[in-house]
Design a protein around this ligand. Structure first.
Ligand SMILES: *Cc1c(COP(=O)(O)O)cnc(C)c1O
Length: 399
């Protein structure tokens, strides 16, 4: 034991020295525009609860009802006896929402990515990722054993070069089935707030006979007429093989989802190990997610989205007035580049002292030396909240 703890202590000390140590903060309040930490109420600009649904009465009520009716836990995996009515209702609602034949839910978005990518790809298949995709997709890539290439962020020329590489590899393979080429990207990038050029991407992958998986973690609920995501907004629903979503961000609950063809979903039920070998999500989470989708699809959902976009514009103005470069984003995620990890930590600490909670995002979430403050807004923020943020930023710049 002494050697064990001594070795871990060395590793932790190195993280601290590099300004990369992460520590949990105990939040004493529900999700919202205020976060209570250590008895102090801070203005919260760090949540992914973009539409303010995580603490919405309709979602809480649905969670409570489901717990009363179906219990606190599902009791087993979906394929044993855990496939409850609430899970099926959520999947039917999701498929309709995403305009897909079928949908499958997982306990987390992370598990959805792992399950889907490893179910579809094997050694000998080709996987091509945008440089900035989420860690869960990188983990899935490693686990799948597929041959991997990374294209420069949102760079279609570089993607085309990688697709040409894949076509060459493919013709060399003589397995039981033709080798597959899968491209994975996000629609709204989680740490940069920029959008993927999905229309051009779809044309390119069709030209090369590749498949496309789009992670809509930060777009679900925010884009498109039905508010199902950027795939819908760009009119690409029938042309994207695999749509991925999380239910823990704008949807306000928890879980991950894959939607697409009936065959895709049937295959995942048989092959996605993070689905098969895992207890079904708790009934309360599934019911809350269904209620979240209902709110999103209602006129209230549209009103919340409109409010959110107004607040995004206001936040951009606040940041410009605080002498930060104009953000080129079309999402409720606004990164402010800090460079060195230590600088990001100091700035976040100063903001906390001034009553504002914004996370310093550091390696390995982003590249080394590309640390940033990541501001997010929610439809529940008010103009007064943004004025308070402006004041806090002014105090730091001047002090
Ligand atoms: C949050 C996130 C995930 C993981 O979803 P969880 O439900 O939180 O596990 C996947 N992809 C992206 C881009 C994310 O931001």
């Amino acid at each position: 034991m002494t050697d064990f703890n001594a070795q871990l202590a060395v590793e932790l000390a190195a993280l601290r020295k590099a300004d990369l140590l992460r520590e949990l903060r105990r939040v004493e309040s529900p999700a919202g525009t205020r976060a209570c930490l250590g008895g102090r109420e801070l203005l919260n600009f760090s949540s992914n609860d973009y539409l303010g649904l995580a603490n919405h009465p309709a979602l809480k009520e649905a969670a409570v009802c489901a717990a009363k009716k179906f219990g606190a836990g599902a009791g087993a995996s979906r394929l044993v006896c855990g496939s409850l009515t609430v899970h099926h209702q959520l999947e039917e609602a999701l498929a309709a929402f995403k305009g897909a034949e079928a949908a499958l839910t997982f306990s987390t978005g992370h598990a959805a990515a792992l399950g889907a990518i490893t179910a579809l790809l094997d050694k000998g298949d080709l996987l091509i990722l945008d440089k900035l995709v989420h860690a869960c997709i990188v983990d899935a890539a490693k686990l799948s054993g597929a041959k991997l290439r990374v294209f420069r962020h949102n760079d279609l020329n570089d993607l085309e070069a990688k697709l040409k590489w894949a076509a060459k590899q493919r013709s060399a393979v003589s397995g039981q089935r033709p080798a597959r080429t899968l491209i994975v990207t996000e629609s709204v990038f989680s740490m940069d707030g920029d959008l993927a050029p999905l229309r051009d991407l779809v044309e390119l992958k069709e030209r090369f006979g590749a498949w496309l998986m789009v992670d809509e973690a930060h777009a679900t609920g925010l884009f498109g007429k039905r508010r199902s995501g950027l795939v819908e907004e760009f009119g690409l629903t029938g042309r994207v093989e695999i749509q991925m979503a999380t239910l823990g961000k704008a949807v306000g609950a928890a879980g991950g989802a894959i939607s697409g063809s009936r065959n895709l979903i049937d295959l995942l039920v048989n092959r996605a190990r993070s689905f098969i070998f895992s207890t079904a999500p708790v009934p309360a989470a599934a019911a809350a997610a269904s209620a979240g989708l209902k709110v999103i699809e209602s006129s209230e959902g549209e009103a919340r989205r409109e409010r959110l976009w107004l607040l995004v514009e206001q936040l951009k103005r606040v940041l410009i007035e605080a002498s930060f470069p104009p953000p080129a984003v079309r999402a409720p995620i606004i990164p402010v580049a800090m460079g060195a990890e230590a600088r990001a930590m100091r700035f976040a600490e100063a903001l906390r002292k001034a009553g504002v909670f914004v996370p310093a995002i550091r390696y390995p979430t982003v590249a080394r030396g590309a640390a940033r403050l990541r501001f997010t807004v929610s439809a529940e923020h008010t103009a007064e909240d943004l004025a308070a943020l402006a004041k806090a930023l002014g105090g730091i710049a001047n002090g």
